[in-house]
Write a protein that binds this ligand. Structure first.
Ligand code: AGP
Length: 608
């Protein structure tokens, strides 16, 4: 996620700002910049890459001043380059803005502003804010910011400075965190307390819809109707390590708990519920090209390959287009059948996985249209594909992929709606799916509220040597994903299998020492899965059942049951994945292992 730092007081601002940005590095970013008021105007320095690059730019061309703002960017709109790095300016260069969040109506605002003669230099959504404030500015910066934000749809955490109304910072929040740090004769602004902990532990958290005016010796908070608000001052008693993980013990657990929000972000502005449709600007496929697709290949690795298997079931079930799922490492060497009417969907959280990148290039070489489902904006796969759907899940720091997996499945659902509604799927069916998708964040929160039940389960099974995960239909890939999560962070051997396939061999493994996890929601194949549970129990196996309803037969058979909310069959993978992520996490944590950086693993496998 992007990071914001602001300072106003007696110190030279730049070192304070850069030190603050360094404290936000863990959040992931691809460029950085500062804007400082030097008594004559606003001076900006930016750099692509690490903060060290910004430091050398500032070192070569210092900027003095005691009021400034700074930003680390995790690109969402526009490639990670210097031009798109924040801060962004208005036409006069006297206003500078940094922003976290997504402005959904930036296209319309940009067109309106250009119609009024404003010129834009970047591809970002953020730049429209600088020009809106310029257009509204009439000598008072906070009034201009408030007027501008009334026009904005989407989410923001912003900081604004202007040399026409100097020695203050104006900040505002809607959906992206911001807080004030209160010092002696100086004040700070940050998106995360880690950036300012060195200077103060007294903070004021802004709430959505609030705007703050910060000077060296004062701060005032208002709503967007300019009504002043009294705010509580909080004392921070966390240490830095805890802060970077948001109070969670590991990044992986933090990212598991982020999933209600990250799924909302993946869907944001893309689900047209009343039409049962999806709006996907970046896929770069015309209506004719969409109609012309007669086969789909989905290629990926690891967890992304598991979401690909779910994509296959979705697209074949709902859009009635034949789909092949390929391990990227196998695809590129097996002389695949690709035509001009093949759509090659490439799934990769990092956008840098060597095998997946090579597979995409091979598909392109053979004439396929390529579509990247990628989390990291501006990554190699995202730059080379013909079109894409960014996951907007924010940086995934834990090596074991969690929030990226559920966002990949949501992105595949959005793509399926797009393809299916261009074919025979009715608006009513599309609406039913879209409405069920809108309930997912709340349903995931409901599951996360019961994480303690999974932690107790982990206590029972943390010393097991082997696990079996079984599921059918949409939940067979979930069985594979649950097994991968467990083995890659706890080092316990685990296998995922189609539930019915277990009797063709793996059933020989069943005994009292082999915990068997069944993904058994009340879907179309529930009764079949219950029969498989009976087969396992008949051989003395211990059964952990993930299910969505109280049902006497299963309740009697299962040694442990965890309930997930009811939803459509095709959406169960998203809900079922959450307890399996938690089970793997708690077992690994209880075994005292390095959950975020497991042995032998890298977050992005950039070698073949
Ligand atoms: C997932 O938990 C693993 N860390 C790994 O399988 C990962 O999914 C795989 O390497 C693919 O990475 P990508 O999505 O960045 O391409």
């Amino acid at each position: 996620m992007c990071g914001i730092v602001g300072y106003v007081g007696p110190r030279v601002a730049t070192p304070v700002l850069i030190e603050g940005l360094k404290r936000l590095e863990y959040r992931g970013y691809d460029s950085a910049g500062v804007a400082v008021m030097n008594g004559n105007g606003v001076e900006t320095r930016k750099a692509v890459g690490k903060i060290a690059a910004l430091e050398s730019v500032v070192g070569d061309d210092p900027v003095e001043g005691m009021t400034g703002i700074a930003h680390t960017r995790w690109a969402t709109h526009g490639a990670p380059n210097e031009c798109n790095a924040h801060p962004h300016h208005d036409c006069t260069g006297t206003i500078a803005v940094v922003h976290n969040g997504i402005i959904e109506n930036y296209g319309a605002l940009r067109t309106m502003l250009q119609g009024h003669g404003h010129t834009f230099v970047s591809e970002t959504d953020t730049e429209v804010l600088a020009h809106l404030i310029e257009a509204a500015f009439d000598g008072n910066l906070e009034e201009a910011v408030a007027d501008s934000l009334h026009l904005v749809e989407g989410t923001y955490g912003i900081a604004v400075v202007s040399s026409q109304d100097p020695v203050k910072i104006v900040a505002a929040r809607k959906g992206s965190p911001l807080l004030l740090g209160l010092g002696e004769g100086e004040n700070f602004l940050a998106s995360d307390v880690a950036a300012i902990l060195k200077y103060t532990r007294d903070v004021v958290y802004l709430d959505d819809g609030e705007l703050a005016v910060i000077t060296a010796d004062s701060y005032r908070v208002f709503d967007l109707q300019a009504v002043q608000r009294e705010k509580k001052v909080s004392k921070i008693d966390w240490d830095l390590d805890m802060i970077e993980k948001g109070g969670f013990a590991h990044f992986m657990l933090k990212e598991i708990f982020e999933q209600p929000t990250t799924i909302e972000n993946t869907m944001r502005g893309r689900l047209v519920t009343e039409e049962g449709f999806s709006k996907l600007g970046g896929i770069n496929l015309s209506r004719e090209e969409l109609q012309n697709i007669d086969n789909v290949v989905i290629t990926a690795c690891g967890t992304s390959w598991h979401s690909a298997l779910i994509g296959e079931l979705l697209i074949e079930d709902l859009a009635r287009i034949p789909v092949e799922v390929e391990y990227a490492s196998e695809f590129r060497y097996r002389n695949p059948i690709i035509t001009q009417r093949t759509l090659c969907v490439v799934i990769s959280q990092s956008g840098e996985t060597a095998d997946t990148l090579a597979a995409m290039r091979e598909a392109k070489r053979r004439g396929a249209k390529t579509l990247g489902l990628v989390n990291v904006v501006g990554s190699t796969i995202a730059r080379e594909d013909d079109g894409g759907i960014y996951l907007h899940a924010g940086p995934e720091i834990g090596v074991a992929s969690t929030k990226a997996f559920t966002s990949q499945v949501v992105a595949l659902l959005l793509l399926t709606l797009k393809l299916a509604r261009r074919r025979d799927m009715s608006a009513a069916r599309g609406r039913e799916i879209a409405q069920a998708m809108e309930h997912l964040p709340a349903q995931i929160r409901e599951i996360l509220d019961r994480a303690g039940e999974i932690e107790e389960l982990a206590e029972q099974f943390k010393d097991a040597s082997n696990f079996l995960y079984l599921g059918r239909g949409y939940n067979f890939p979930v069985a594979l994903e649950g097994a991968l999560k467990l083995k890659e962070i706890s080092y316990i051997h685990a296998e995922g299998y189609p539930a019915a396939e277990m009797k063709h061999g793996p059933i020989a493994l069943i005994d009292a020492n082999m915990p068997v996890v069944f993904i058994a929601p009340h879907d179309a194949v529930f009764d079949k899965v219950v029969s498989n549970v009976q087969e396992v129990k008949a051989r003395g196996g211990r059964v952990i059942a993930l299910t969505s309803r109280e049902e006497p037969t299963l309740k009697k058979l299962a040694d442990y049951e965890f309930r997930i909310p009811e939803t459509l069959d095709m959406l169960y993978p998203i809900l079922a994945a959450i307890p399996l992520q938690l089970l793997a996490y708690y077992i690994a944590a209880k075994r005292g292992l390095n959950v975020d950086q497991p042995r032998n693993l890298a977050k992005s496998v950039t070698v073949e």
